[in-house]
Design a protein around this ligand. Sequence first.
Ligand SMILES: Cc1ncc(COP(=O)(O)O)c(C=O)c1O
Length: 282
Amino acid sequence: MNTIIQAGATPVFVDSREDTWQIDPEDVRRKITPRTKALMAVHLYGHACEMDALVNICKEFDLWLIEDCAEAFGTYYKGRHVGTFGDFATFSFFGNKTITTGEGGMVVARDKDLLDRAYHLKTQAVSPDREYWHDAVGYNYRMTNICAAIGLAQLENASPILEKKRQIAAWYQQGLEGLPLRLLGEYPDTTNSYWMCSIVVDDPNIRQPLRDWLKAANIETRPLFYPCHTLPHCKADETHPVAQSLSARGLNLPSFPELSLEGVTTVCTVIRSFFRSGANER
Ligand SMILES: Cc1ncc(COP(=O)(O)O)c(C=O)c1O
């Protein structure tokens, strides 16, 4: 969203889907106006947006499609890695991502000329064939060689990390079965990379008590993101009921790849003890 505003455009927010937590293509359709230029599909928490529907909308209305894959390294839609559907896609390699370079990220694009333009702008728009000649207003967005070297080493380890994350999610899925909550799983056509193992509890009033209960057992959790339209600089006086409800009910459980079955079992046991204790009914 910040990048949309920084580019001088106006973000228009749409609601999420309750099942996949991703952007709702039906709501996208409702929000398109003659001024709409682009659609940004943000693949959240390792799941994929419904790319068939979004690609079709972009074709129909002649819109650019930009995919934000910051949380979706290793995520596939219909067997294709996300980031390969749009005109441009961005990936984040910040320290909390599935693979990391400490800070930094990656841009991919369908069109070679556009990618060259992005490359040019990120390197202070220095001319490729005239020394110290800057021919546009550029940015210092390049990745350092040191970060890139870390990234290459991380890439070699990407498959085991992704496999382990899927294993952790399966352990949680099993360990939390039957409780009044839902883990973000895997909807048809998607391979979830499980950037985070995230749950929504049925009752928003127990989200914080459950977090406190886990904290008392030395288990750190994080709340789900606030919907962008509720942040102060968006000044969007609107309601997106599904996104707001998910945000109020959601939390991220420990998801780091070194987590053992024993660790996941402990988290699930503590969550079960919360529901058994009656603390959820107070
Ligand atoms: C969906 C999404 N987009 C963009 C970003 C920003 O990535 P970076 O910190 O590499 O700029 C993040 C970071 O957490 C993210 O989760």
